[in-house]
Ligand binder design. Structure first.
Ligand SMILES: [Fe+2]
Length: 243
C-alpha cells in the first residue's frame, strides 16, 4: 500500500516524480531493443542518447511518426506501461481506470527548436486526467520539461493570450520547476498543469513516451471514451455489476 503522504507534493503542485515498478523495467528495455532493431539504419551503432549523430532536423519528425507506429504495434504496450505505475495510478485516479489507446513518443534532439509551445493539455483533455511521462534515457537540465506549479496557473492562464515565445520562456524560467528524471522513473502530471519544453541544450537526444490516464467515471474533456481511451482496470463493484 502506498503511504498517504506520497501524494502531498502532487496535491499541492499538480505533478510528481515516481519510481517505476522494477518488475516491469524489462518491458521498457524490450521496447528500446525493438526500436533499435527496427530502425538500425538510423541508429547505425549509436545509443539512444546519440541518435542525433546520424539524423537531421528534417528527418526527425517523419522518423518519429514511424517509430510511434512501431511502438503501438508492441502487444499490450499501454497495459505494460500501466502496470509499471499501477500502484500509484490506482490511488491517484481510482481503480476504474482508462488509458489512452495510442502511446506518444517525443524525440528532442540537441538544439532542435521545433517543439510544442508553452501549453496545458486541458480542455482537450479532461481536468480529471493525468499524463504519465516516461523517459527512455536519463534526463536532466534542458532535456526535462519545465513544470509550472498549481499556484502560478492563474498567472500562466493570462500569459497564454501572448503568443511571444520569449515571454513564455521567461515565465517558465521564473516559475517553472525542472525535475531530473532517469530511465526507470516517470513524471506524472495533471493535464491542467502548464508545461514548457525548452530547446535541448545538452549534447544528448531526449526520448520520452507519454500516455494519459483517467477514471472511467470522471467528467471527460473533448475526447470521448470509445475513440480515444480503453478500459485498463476495473473495481470489484464494477466487475460485479457488469456480470
Ligand atoms: Fe502537453
Amino acid at each position: 500500500m502506498i503511504k498517504k503522504n506520497t501524494f502531498e507534493y502532487f496535491e499541492k503542485n499538480g505533478f510528481m516524480k515516481i519510481n517505476l515498478d522494477k518488475k516491469y523495467l524489462k518491458d521498457y528495455l524490450n521496447l528500446k531493443h525493438t526500436i533499435k532493431k527496427s530502425f538500425s539504419k538510423n541508429f547505425k551503432n549509436n545509443s539512444f542518447e546519440n541518435f542525433h549523430s546520424n539524423v537531421s532536423f528534417d528527418q526527425i519528425n517523419n522518423l518519429r511518426m514511424r517509430i510511434i507506429v512501431k511502438i503501438n504495434k508492441v502487444k499490450k504496450i499501454n497495459e505494460k506501461i500501466y502496470l509499471s505505475a499501477k500502484k500509484i495510478l490506482n490511488q491517484m485516479v481510482g481503480p476504474d481506470i482508462i488509458v489512452q489507446k495510442n502511446i506518444n513518443l517525443a524525440i528532442q534532439m540537441p538544439n532542435d527548436s521545433s517543439r510544442a509551445l508553452f501549453h496545458k493539455d486541458t480542455p482537450l483533455s479532461s481536468h480529471h486526467e493525468v499524463v504519465m511521462w516516461v523517459p527512455l534515457v536519463n534526463c536532466k537540465k534542458t532535456m526535462c520539461m519545465k513544470m509550472i506549479p498549481k499556484k502560478f496557473h492563474d498567472k500562466a492562464d493570462n500569459l497564454l493570450i501572448q503568443t511571444n515565445e520569449k515571454i513564455h520562456e521567461k515565465f517558465a524560467e521564473k516559475y517553472g520547476v525542472t525535475i531530473p528524471i532517469n530511465f526507470g522513473e516517470a513524471l506524472i502530471f495533471n493535464t491542467d498543469n502548464f508545461h514548457y519544453i525548452p530547446i535541448n541544450k545538452t549534447s544528448k537526444t531526449r526520448w520520452s513516451l507519454n500516455v494519459r490516464f483517467k477514471n472511467l467515471f470522471t467528467p471527460y474533456g473533448e475526447r470521448n471514451l470509445l475513440d480515444y481511451y480503453q478500459i485498463i482496470d476495473s473495481s470489484p463493484i464494477s466487475n460485479l455489476l457488469k456480470n
